[in-house]
Design a binder for this molecule. Structure first.
Ligand code: V47
Ligand code: SF4
Length: 370
């Protein structure tokens, strides 16, 4: 079947398909042809081939919760529906005690990860965040803490007059286990100035992750796509991630984040189609040959598309996420109360013909659901 489909390709397209099938790295020009000229069905076959080469039919998820300590933020990203200034209506800021109580409520549950991420607060330094991590770790000592985007880390280090390495070391000493992939948005400097003009820049984002990897702190990486960027911008972004991964090998997963257009200053850009989401997953899987996992963040794109994405390069569905993740719900994501039971997530994965695997945060398998 796959041979029949691939047999119909033009000579130009066949050369690229053969490269992918022969495990050769594709370049930016070839990625652009994949984006612009390939049928979705052929992209699916190629991406699935790469996915199964790296991860077989395994599809990963974990049991996690999200904590968002504050939505107060110094930055003014035009795509953001969630940030507020101090004293602005809708701003929130949890105390350490409230965060501890939240963590406490998950003692004796099976969660293996706490994901902590929020706004870039003007007054919080790395010392405060180290205390926060330590407090959560005290309540949940066995649980992996994945916390703070590069934008938060860059700012908290600056506030404490520490370099990035020293700030990361402080957080690691307090119990930080890994860092999430947020804040990357789009690396092209001109476009970045348009959509998040005052945020941590590309060089700084890459440096935070480089330093983290050097300290043996693994991380994820993301792209914010489907707004005003071009395919060339997306490929340039992927190339910079692939280059850093060649250097450090510290990225666990790449997470394409679909721009959601409700309640923010970029609503005019609209939202891309499901076909475009699948195309983006597939080209990402093919291009990023050195990043082991491609994650679909299901609360953002919805459960239905997540199932289909598993045939377009995705091998990870994040987690069961028992909480109120506001960064997407406020931007109009599919799931307003994101939570999936183990039964539901494993059924969804099996429906796609894949094998569910509960993992820990560093992708060691905890249980395979045959
Ligand atoms: O950097 C903000 C994005 C990111 C919108 O590492 C938006 O496991 C879409 O990075 N439409 C933060 N996206 C969240 C993040 C993340 C999420 C899940 C898992 C992991 C991980 C990381 O959220 C921001 C920004 O790119 N974002 N606003 C919006 N309107
Ligand atoms: Fe702040 Fe993050 Fe929103 Fe940008 S995306 S305004 S950094 S909370």
């Amino acid at each position: 079947m796959d041979e029949i489909v691939l047999g119909t390709l033009s000579e130009k397209h066949k050369l690229i398909a053969d490269k992918v099938l022969n495990r050769e790295r594709i370049n930016q020009k070839e990625a652009l042809i994949l984006f612009k000229e390939f049928d979705l069905s052929v992209l699916g076959i190629l991406a699935n081939e790469v996915r199964e080469r790296i991860n077989q039919k395994f599809t990963y998820f974990n049991r996690n919760i999200h904590i968002e300590p504050t939505n107060i933020c110094i930055h003014n990203c035009l795509f953001c529906s969630y940030s507020r200034k101090i004293n602005q209506k809708g701003a929130w800021e949890y105390s350490l005690e409230e965060i501890c109580n939240l963590a406490k409520s998950f003692i004796d549950t099976d969660i293996s990860e706490v994901h902590i991420v929020g706004g870039v607060h003007p007054n919080r330094t790395v010392n405060y965040y180290a205390e926060l991590i330590q407090a959560v770790k005290n309540e949940l000592p066995e649980v992996h803490i994945k916390a703070f985007t590069a934008a938060e880390i860059e700012h908290m280090a600056k506030k404490a007059k520490l370099d990035i390495k020293a700030a990361l070391q402080k957080l690691k000493d307090a119990g930080l286990d890994s860092i999430p992939g947020g804040g990357a948005e789009i690396f092209d400097e001109d476009l970045r100035k348009k959509i998040c003009p005052d945020k941590t820049n590309t060089k700084e984002w890459l440096e935070v992750h480089r330093q983290a990897h050097k300290l043996q702190i693994p991380s994820n990486c993301t792209i914010l796509y489907g707004h005003i960027e071009s395919y060339e911008n997306r490929i340039d972004h992927l190339e910079r991630l692939r280059n850093l991964q060649d250097e450090t090998n510290g990225f666990n997963a790449f997470i394409p984040l679909k721009y959601r257009s409700s309640n923010n200053e970029m609503s005019y850009a609209g939202e891309v189609s499901t076909t475009e989401d699948l195309r983006n997953y597939a080209v990402s899987r093919i291009f990023l040959d050195n990043i082991p996992h491609i994650k679909a963040y299901w609360p953002m794109i919805g459960k239905d598309i997540s199932v289909i994405s598993l045939s377009f390069g995705v091998d990870d569905l994040d987690g069961t996420i028992q909480d109120t993740t506001k960064i997407y719900t406020m931007a109009g994501s599919e799931e307003q109360n994101p939570e999936m039971s183990i039964e539901e997530i494993t059924t969804l994965i099996k429906d796609a013909g894949k094998i569910p695997v509960e993992r820990n945060s560093i992708y060691e398998s905890i249980k395979i659901f045959k």
